[in-house]
Design a protein around this ligand. Structure first.
Ligand SMILES: [Zn+2]
Length: 45
């Protein structure tokens, strides 16, 4: 089962919740897909 949560705030890709797991990230109140979330994280930590 998957449920549409919203669109990625960066690339506009639809983000789904799969079996209760959120297939993306929420940063500063914005939805981000995993790809954009990874790009943001690059270089930090
Ligand atoms: Zn994205």
């Amino acid at each position: 089962m998957r449920e549409l949560i919203g669109e990625c705030g960066s690339c506009g890709k639809p983000i789904y919740c799969k079996d209760g797991f959120f297939d993306g990230d929420q940063i500063d109140g914005k939805l981000l897909c995993n790809e954009c979330s990874d790009n943001r994280d690059t270089g930090s930590n």
